[in-house]
Structures are given as C-alpha cells and as structure tokens.
Ligand binder design. Structure first.
Ligand code: COA
Length: 329
C-alpha cells in the first residue's frame, strides 16, 4: 500500500460576528484597555451569542470541505475537538455527520482543552498512516462565553468563541504532510485550569441545588504561565526531534493563542524572529482548541503558506495538556 503520509488539503473557519472589545469589558468589570493589552495582547474577541457549538463547527466544516474541493461523502472519519460541547451525548462529531450528510463513519469528540486540535490531528494522522482512513475531517469549535464568568476580571478578558477545521488526506508523497506529532498530559496541574461538568451530589437528597457558577472556568493564571514556559518548548523539541528537523528549518510556528509571554519564550528558545510566530490573539483572544486551526485558515487565505514550508503547530491548556506537530506543506 502506498499510503505513507498525511497531507493538509483544506481549511475553513467560522467566526462569530459579535465583537466584544476591551472598552466593552471596561463597562462590565474593573479593568482597562491598557491593562488588558499590556498583560495579554488581546484587544477584542468574538461572541457566538445564542449559537450552538455544533453550528460553528458545521460552518467551519463546510468551508474546509469547500476549500479541499471534496464532498462530505468522501470522508472516512470526523473528529471534533471541543471543551464546550452542547451535549454530553450525542457528541458534536455525530451531529456533524448527520448535518454534513456524511456516510456512517467514525465520529468522535476529543476533549483535550486547548490542545484539542493537536490531539485530534495526532489521531487523524495515526488513522491515515495505519491505512484505516484516507480522508479525515478535524473540526475544533468552542463557545467559551458559556463557561466564562463575566464578573471575574482575571478570566473574562482572555477568552473568545470561534471554530475552524482541517481536512487531511493520505498521500504517497514522502516530502509533504505531517512529519511528527507529540501529545502529553500532566494531570498534577488539573486544578490550575478547570471547569466542572456534572456536579457530584447526593442523588436522593430532597433538593439538588445547582450552583450557577459551578460550570465557570477557573484559572490560576501565573501557574499556567509557568506550565506553558516549560511544556511548550518540551513539546516543540520533541516534535522536531521526531521529525529529524532543526529549528532553523522552521518557516512558521503556529502556537495556541493564549498569552503573549509564551510567544516570547518560543522566539528566544528557537532564535526565531517574532515574524515567524503567527499571532492573531489581539483579534480573537483565546479560543481554546479552535485557535491553531483559525490561524492556519487565516494564514492560507492570506497567502502566507506555500508549498515546501515547514510549520510547527503547538497547543497547551487544561489537563494540563500539551503537544505539537510538524507539518511540511
Ligand atoms: N484588569 C485589571 N487588573 C486585573 C485584571 C484585569 N482584567 N485581572 C487581574 N488584575 C489584577 C489582579 O487582581 C492583581 O491585583 P493585586 O495585585 O492587587 O491582587 C494584579 O492585576 C496582578 O494579577 P496577576 O494575576 O498576578 O496578573 P498576571 O500578571 O499574572 O496576569 C494573566 C494575569 C491572566 C494575564 C496571566 O496570568 C496569564 O496570561 N496567564 C496565562 C493565561 C493562559 O494562558 N490561560 C490559558 C491557557 S490555555
């Protein structure tokens, strides 16, 4: 069998229209545009008001299929990464299978927080390289406003909504495609960034009160910064090593758009000019697992990606999870 590599053949995104600016947040919590820009780099983010995660996912999926110039009937697998699903069951991938009119193929959600796109790509790559799938759709979709506490100034300034998708296809061209992947988790840091799903409670109690704030995202910001400064270089180093590629060969690093400080860590560590590290967090904030594919789609549409380039994508977040992959275009 000639299947040896996983090529990126299309991307698409779905970005909500509603813009939440720093000035609007100034009206909601005790903060300032200056503080937010200095500490985070975020100027505005998007909010998918009254919109399901699956609707964003569907928009992104359709755009990616159109970009790849393939029909949904050609898909062999659908993977969705989200930490903000609409339902515990059905999963978002099954909703997409039906909405896209895909065949009855494997449809799996990956809950790996902000590392979700990296992890889903790792799974897609494994299926393709094992010969179990030829064409895989990976969609990352998040409606983080549903878990953000808009009275908590330390978190509400950071997050936004959005979705993006990638279509991967088997190729027998050894020169292109995913060269390596790496994913990992450090569960000891679980408390640093979490949101509760189902409450632990006495099912037979007369009353089963639900704390409306229980589902909100809780974060120890400084601990997460320390984690990313350690985890991201480890992820990139490992992915480069597995690909047998030196840092000098990198044309672009596409990092999860969480904080500006991690961009500095990457630039210093790999002696990369800042221009080689893609940034759009000023416009979208942190969209969790959607951030890396939103960047990839934006870069493709803006003509920044060309055949022959080497790209390193990296993600990190709740879990605490982290990972990276090397992609040759
Ligand atoms: N506006 C104004 N002041 C704020 C504020 C806001 N939006 N949010 C927090 N502050 C205040 C704090 O209350 C604190 O005040 P105090 O010293 O009087 O107690 C002060 O600013 C410093 O807070 P601190 O949390 O130490 O700030 P920081 O320099 O660590 O910056 C983050 C906070 C969130 C920007 C930073 O921790 C960060 O980027 N964390 C990583 C986030 C991340 O990557 N998360 C997702 C990973 S997937």
């Amino acid at each position: 069998m000639g299947i040896i590599n996983t090529q990126l053949i299309g991307t698409g995104s779905c970005i909500p229209d509603l813009v939440l600016t720093n000035e609007m947040l100034e009206q909601m919590v005790d903060t300032s545009d200056e503080w937010i820009v200095q500490r985070t780099g975020v100027r505005e983010r998007r909010i998918a008001k009254n919109t399901h995660t699956w609707e964003l996912a569907l928009g992104a999926a359709r755009n990616a299929l159109a970009d790849a110039q393939i029909g949904a009937d050609e898909l062999d697998m659908i993977l969705v990464s989200t930490c903000t699903p609409d339902y515990n069951t059905p999963n978002t991938a099954s909703v997409l299978q039906n909405e896209l009119g895909a065949r009855q193929i494997g449809a799996i959600d990956v809950n790996n927080a902000c590392t979700g796109f990296i992890s889903a790509t790792d799974i897609a790559d494994s299926y393709i390289k094992a010969g179990k799938a030829r064409t895989v759709l990976v969609v990352s979709a998040e409606t983080l406003h549903r878990v953000v506490d808009y009275t908590d100034r330390s978190t509400c300034i950071l997050f936004g909504d959005g979705a993006a998708a990638a279509v991967y296809r088997a190729t027998d061209d050894r020169q292109i495609g995913i060269q390596s992947t790496f994913i990992a988790a450090d569960g000891a840091g679980a408390d640093d960034l979490y949101m509760q799903a189902l409450p632990v409670e006495d099912p037979f109690a007369a009353e089963r009160p639900v704390d409306p704030k229980a589902r909100f995202l809780k974060m120890k910001g400084a601990a997460v910064v320390r984690f990313t400064a350690r985890a991201v270089p480890l992820a990139i180093d490992t992915a480069l090593q597995r690909a047998g590629i030196d840092a000098e060969a990198i044309d672009w690093v596409v990092p999860h758009q969480a904080n500006l400080r991690i961009l500095d860590v990457i630039a210093r560590r790999y002696h990369l000019p800042k221009e080689k590290i893609y940034v759009n967090l000023d416009r979208y904030g942190n969209t969790s697992s959607a951030s890396v594919p939103i960047c990839l789609d934006e870069m493709r549409k803006n003509g920044l990606l060309h055949a022959g380039q080497t790209i390193v994508c990296t993600g990190f977040g709740g879990g605490l999870t982290y990972g990276a992959f090397v992609l040759k275009l």
